[in-house]
Design a binder for this molecule. Sequence first.
Ligand code: ADE
Length: 277
Amino acid sequence: MFLNFCQTYLTLFAIIASLQVKIVKSLSMGEPIRNVVIAIAMEAEADPFVKHLSLESDDDFFPKTTPFQAFRGQYKNCDVTVVTNGKDDVYGTGVDNVGTVPAALAAFLALNKLDGKADLLINAGTCGGFKRKGAEIGDVYLTTAAANHDRRIPIPDFIPYGIGKIDSANVSNLASEINAKLGICTTANSLDKHDVDDAQMEQNDASVKDMEAAAIAWSCALTDTPHFGIKVVTDIVDGDKPTEQEFFENLGAAAKSLQESLPKVIEYVCGRSHEEL
Ligand code: ADE
């Protein structure tokens, strides 16, 4: 009897709690987007966009001990913050800090610094595409969800944690507007892949593959910030060419395509509500 009472009470509590989450979220719905964070791992990909919007470097945005960089300014009544992961000093290589660890940390610190004011986070970058899902070199994708394919933890409760699939904000109108495809992004810390990755990437129903999206989605989930990825295809994951060769062959064209798309994205989202996206 007492157990039944507890179960009923807990179920009611769960329903009320989930309703409250919906009420809080629906309150902010309908309001125009006024504060946008754009997370870009590689400096060279961010540079032209930063210049295009005349954003200024803000050296006090991130803790001084981090390599991350922030560029800030206004566009159409919208506060725009571009964050990049900076260059590696820890391993002494000087290359861009790609991968999930810097991506999650930079996104979290940025959202934390903005203290709940970010209305939207956009993760921009390059990706591999799956021809079995219709992806071609140069395609622009907007993510519908992000998930991990290298977090293999074969213990039942940990399996969904390892995959860590998080839905993106619905941006189907934006996709039509900028002629982008929609699809799931699968994330891991390697540019290449092994057979064991293949199985999980297919299981994730991925159209594209990157090294940051699922990690950034996790930071956004912690802070309840709507988010999506814009990813340009540099290489075909299920094709014949070695990934790194195809990646470098197409990096220039993909970066150009991203530079054409990003201004259109910011133009479209600023001042619109989430429902309109
Ligand atoms: N970025 C561009 N191509 C990629 C790939 N094949 N995997 C991960 N990140 C990428």
